[in-house]
Design a protein around this ligand. Structure first.
Ligand code: ACO
Length: 372
């Protein structure tokens, strides 16, 4: 057995496919290449695809967008919670706490019909951005900005966060970023969600498990660490020395390496790099230029390739998103993938309960406490 369940197939899924084809990594959601989805679909369209299983027709997408927009508001109890949490609470802790609270407000928490699962899913997808934006406004002592029905999922989030209409470029950039983060097979947080779902725990519990797991710096938490590194390096010419020293000391470079994409480029990183470059050209090039130098040095000194978290950092910084909200943006995208997996697990369930190989001491003689 390899540590970390490397290479183990733990379940079957129809949600996404990661495969090496002619030396290149392919990533598809429900059979559609992410390059097509990122360029030609909206986040709402992709969320529909993931949770319903098919791309929506025009009228279905219109209805879905309205359904999401109408669910954006938060119950007063959740706003009360956001107001009472200490302002130093990490926004991911806030997100998982608010998700759990949403569960306590749902009288149908244990109902798991397909219709009710989709209902809960739409509610969670719609409310995640509001929880994040409201908390950011509250902890910085500003008034909350209520969601608007007119804007897209991405634009409405930026509007609630910053209090002004985002530019078309900013909207498109966030929309594409959310699409690229929406789903990735059996990554750690999705696996956590599926394990919880396999016990038939309620959907909120499954999403809480996933949200808690995503936060770690080896998973979604890496983007915040990337930003820390970009700030430490501060100027492109210092990147090479910084990376070399880290590698010499045996330390990890955040935003590089991936369990599944070994020696091949993460297709999401490729697309995000282009997006980061475009955003930089229209705003500040600083973070992108440092990122490029880090990527060159990481490849030169250890053949390391960037993962999805690497270029996300400079994208978020250029969108004016604070560093400790980076993981939350990831969660805002990934929620639809989690929900699709939770529903898939519910609909074809068997308890996930693997075994462990025991490597401790055996058959020891019990010594009474007075003699120890
Ligand atoms: N920096 C330096 N070396 C690295 C890195 C890195 N970021 N990633 C892998 N390596 C090296 C390891 O040191 C090891 O080298 P060695 O064989 O010389 O000892 C080799 O690559 C294999 O590494 P593993 O630890 O076996 O890789 P694993 O699959 O267990 O870990 C992980 C994957 C956790 C993503 C790892 O690459 C890492 O820590 N990256 C940094 C954190 C990060 O960016 N996480 C986000 C991942 S993407 C996501 O979750 C959204």
């Amino acid at each position: 057995m390899k540590d970390g369940l490397e290479g183990v197939i733990a379940c079957q899924t129809k949600i996404s496919r990661i495969e090496l084809v002619n030396g290149k990594a392919v990533l598809e959601y429900r059979g559609y290449d992410i390059r097509d989805l990122a360029r030609r679909a909206s986040y709402e369209e992709v969320a529909y695809l993931l949770i319903y299983g098919e791309l929506p027709k025009k009228y279905e997408l219109q209805d879905f967008k309205i359904e999401l927009a109408e669910r954006r508001d938060l119950p007063p109890q959740i706003i009360g919670l956001l107001t009472h949490l200490p302002p130093y609470t990490h926004p991911m802790v806030v997100l998982r706490t608010a998700t759990s609270y949403l569960g306590s407000l749902d009288r149908k928490i244990d109902v798991k019909t397909r219709e009710e699962n989709l209902e809960k899913a739409k509610n969670l997808i719609a409310k995640f951005p509001t929880i994040i934006a409201y908390y950011q406004r509250i902890r910085t002592g500003r008034n909350i900005i209520q969601p608007t029905l007119e804007l897209s999922h991405a634009a409405n989030f930026l509007y609630m966060l910053n209090g002004e209409m985002p530019s078309r470029t900013a909207e498109k950039a966030l929309d594409m970023d959310l699409i690229l983060h929406a789903e990735h097979e059996l990554n750690a947080s999705t696996f956590a969600a599926r394990i919880a779902a396999s016990t038939l725990a309620d959907m909120y519990a499954c999403v809480v498990a996933a949200t808690g797991t995503l936060m770690g710096p080896l998973h979604g938490g890496a983007a915040q660490e990337v930003m820390k590194m970009l700030r430490e390096i501060a100027t492109p010419r210092r990147a090479e020395g910084y990376v070399r020293k880290k590698i010499e000391k045996g330390e990890r470079i955040m935003g590089f390496g991936h369990r599944v994409y070994r020696g091949v480029m993460d297709p999401r990183a490729e697309l995000l790099r282009r997006l980061a470059k475009k955003l930089a050209a229209e705003g500040s090039t600083k973070w992108f230029e440092i990122s490029e130098e880090i990527a060159k040095a990481a490849y030169k000194h250890k053949k390391l390739l960037p993962n999805v978290d690497f270029y996300s950092a400079s994208i978020y910084a250029n969108l004016g998103i604070p560093d400790d909200l980076f993981v939350n943006i990831f969660a805002m995208g990934r929620i639809s993938g989690w929900l699709a997996h939770i529903i898939e697990q519910y609909e074809n369930n068997r308890l996930i309960r693997p075994r462990a190989e025991y490597v401790g001491e055996k058959e020891k003689k019990f010594i009474p406490i007075s003699e120890r």
